[in-house]
Design a binder for this molecule. Structure first.
Ligand SMILES: [Zn+2]
Length: 301
């Protein structure tokens, strides 16, 4: 039973909203790629677990907890009747090598050993549970979701779950003791303690003036929609988009990047690059938002 579904992090949403609006440095590109790759792995795992896990075990995704002055993030927890399984998801692609406790992406790029990461998370989770008077066993697993991932010299560790072993792992979870009232309370306690999004992501600097204006295509993600009467069409991939839906998505992106700016028809018009008339933008704002103020000073909430 899914108790807490996966949500796309604010950091990833901001990077995606800035894509094509700002020239990204190679570091920004890498960050966006890593965030997207991580999210893809977590989404794949969540849909598999939601589909196949028995309702007798509890699934919580994406928790961000605090212990004293330390904060830590957990990808997924499966709670059975006697154990909490902590799953750390890695969507690595391609060939890797494990050698003397070091981890390499072949041919020779050393990367952080994910076993160390999960050991730290497991220890912090165990201490968090002790602090909250929860006495349950904790076990951790590293789940490799990418079908094209291969690890040379993989040690025989029960922490590793490769994509071909996921089915067997899910079956073992379904055979475990079912979660009862006590475990559901623990799950609720964890959800209540969740801090939400990581508060200090490293983002590229941006300002309204510097960003490329335009409306993003829902299909290819490029800033390439142009008006064709009542609808919008993408000049890159040819997809058609409903004007109202596209404008609402467009406003979500604007408010995500500039949460402190007042929503006005002028601002939305500028943000769209002038491809939709202010009159239409005003009508849509009146339909979906509440006006505050009068005449040319009106803004929407
Ligand atoms: Zn497109």
């Amino acid at each position: 039973m899914i108790i807490k579904p996966l949500e796309k992090s604010k950091e990833l949403r901001i990077y995606q909203a800035l894509q094509d609006r700002l020239p990204f440095s190679s570091q920004d590109k890498t960050t966006l790629q890593n965030l997207q790759q991580g999210y893809q792995g977590e989404t794949q795992l969540e849909s598999l677990l939601t589909e196949r896990l028995s309702p007798s075990v509890l699934l919580l995704n994406d928790l961000y907890l605090q212990l004293g002055t330390t904060t830590f993030q957990l990808d997924s927890l499966i709670i059975t009747g006697d154990t909490i399984f902590l799953l750390e998801v890695k969507h690595y692609a391609g060939n890797h090598k494990y050698e003397e406790k070091n981890w390499y992406k072949l041919p020779h790029q050393e990367i952080t050993n994910p076993l160390l990461q999960i050991q730290r998370s497991e220890s912090l989770l165990r201490r968090w549970l002790q602090t909250h008077h929860v006495h349950m066993q904790v076990e951790s697993r590293l789940v490799f979701t990418h079908p094209q991932f291969f690890l040379y010299q993989a040690p025989l560790l029960k922490q590793f779950i490769f994509s071909s072993q996921l089915s067997a792992f899910i079956k073992s979870m379904n055979r475990a003791a079912p979660a009862g009232k006590k475990e559901r309370e623990v799950a609720q306690q964890l959800v209540s303690a969740d801090l939400g999004d990581y508060p200090y992501p490293e983002l590229p600097a941006y300002s309204f003036t510097d960003l490329q204006k335009g409306i993003r295509c829902h299909s290819c993600g490029r800033l390439a929609l142009s008006s064709t009467g009542w609808n919008l069409t993408c000049s890159q991939c040819g997809a058609a988009d409903n004007m109202e839906e596209a404008l609402l998505r467009h406003i979500v992106e604007l408010q995500l990047l500039f949460p402190d700016d007042k929503l006005t028809s002028k601002l939305v018009y500028e943000w769209s690059g002038g491809i939709i008339s202010r009159k239409r933008i005003k009508r849509l704002l009146e339909k979906h938002f509440k006006p505050v103020g009068e005449h040319s000073w009106v803004y929407y909430i």
